[in-house]
Design a protein around this ligand. Structure first.
Ligand SMILES: [Zn+2]
Ligand SMILES: [Zn+2]
Length: 312
């Protein structure tokens, strides 16, 4: 069986080594040669063993590449197509899946966390998870932009909530997702939105809605205090610990709380095709896969710019 290079976590150690290439012979599966992969907070948490995973595990879930083989029951994709993929593999049976909102599947498995992922030369996925890049994708197509679709899908989930462009809103958090959320909202016509790095920075303005994108404290009271009565608190972070809040304050202000997970990928890819310039200054350097250790160090050092790994 042919082999491939992959970044693998095993026994608490991370190593770039050879492993068998996925067989990928199911009729509805697609084999993708990975060109570019982005390093995310989740990947760092997996590699630091802060998240429990099966092992050995190929890390990584943000990527783009080219189809190199395809099952005979895959209708709309073909070999040679540039693609990206939704890394949440839906369970197919939860209520969200039954409502055909597979991007909100709450029992799904994540690539690079529950099953082997994308820091590898090849990835095999069910065709429903694989998305061709839009036809009018800019000619200056960059694999980094395509690999950035997953963070955009995560940030764009906020647009599913009951928030309106004329409302007074704020984003609370630091780093890329906070910045990306702000840009998405402004792009979508939200003019009264401000980014605050810490909950303590929030003025008691009576915000109509607040979006949490990463909390250093586990207490929600400053956010609840900054909302107007019946305001909406959106929780966006992926791996929040158990949170504390004063229920009296929440009840008396009749605050609504909503979690949001992912936006649908077709919308995200169209948005990226139309607005690639909105995100490209968030891109940091591209490291060849062989220099993975330096890439991880760079990703650990700062949250502002996305670090990429390119695959041969
Ligand atoms: Zn990610
Ligand atoms: Zn499901």
């Amino acid at each position: 069986m042919s082999e491939m290079l992959a970044l693998i976590k095993e026994k608490g150690e991370v190593q770039l080594r050879t492993t068998p290439r996925p067989a990928c012979d199911a009729p509805n599966h697609v084999l993708i040669r990975v060109k570019m992969a982005g390093i995310c907070r989740t990947d760092l948490a997996v590699m630091r063993s802060q998240l429990v995973t099966p092992e050995p595990l190929i890390v990584g879930h943000e990527f783009a590449g080219e189809i190199v083989a395809i099952g005979d029951q895959v209708p709309d994709l073909h070999v040679g197509m540039p693609v990206t993929a939704m890394p949440l593999l839906p369970c197919g049976s939860c209520l969200a899946c039954k409502e055909k909102r597979t991007e909100s599947c709450y029992r799904g498995k994540m690539l690079g966390l529950h099953v082997s992922g994308a820091f590898a030369e090849f990835v095999c996925l069910p065709a429903e998870q694989v998305y061709a890049l839009p036809k009018h994708w800019p000619t200056t197509l960059s694999w980094e932009t395509a690999a950035f679709s997953e963070p955009v899908a995560a940030a764009a989930a906020i647009l599913k909530a009951d928030i309106h462009p004329d409302g007074l809103g704020a984003i609370v958090g630091q780093g890329r997702i906070a910045e990306l959320s702000l840009r998405l909202l402004i792009n979508q016509g939200f003019e009264r939105v401000t980014l605050y790095r810490q909950p303590q920075d929030l003025p008691s303005n009576g915000f109509d809605w607040l979006i949490e994108t990463g909390l250093s404290d586990t207490c929600l009271d400053p956010l609840i205090a900054a909302l107007r009565p019946r305001g909406l608190l959106l929780l966006k972070s992926r791996h929040l610990p158990t949170l504390q809040f004063d229920p009296q304050l929440l009840i008396r202000k009749e605050i609504r709380v909503q979690g949001v997970y992912y936006a649908a990928f077709p919308w995200v890819l169209q948005w990226l095709a139309d607005h690639a310039e909105q995100v490209q200054d968030l891109f940091g350097p591209v490291y060849p896969a062989q220099a993975w250790q330096s890439a991880l160090d760079a990703a650990e050092a700062g949250e502002t710019l996305k670090i990429f790994l390119s695959w041969p």
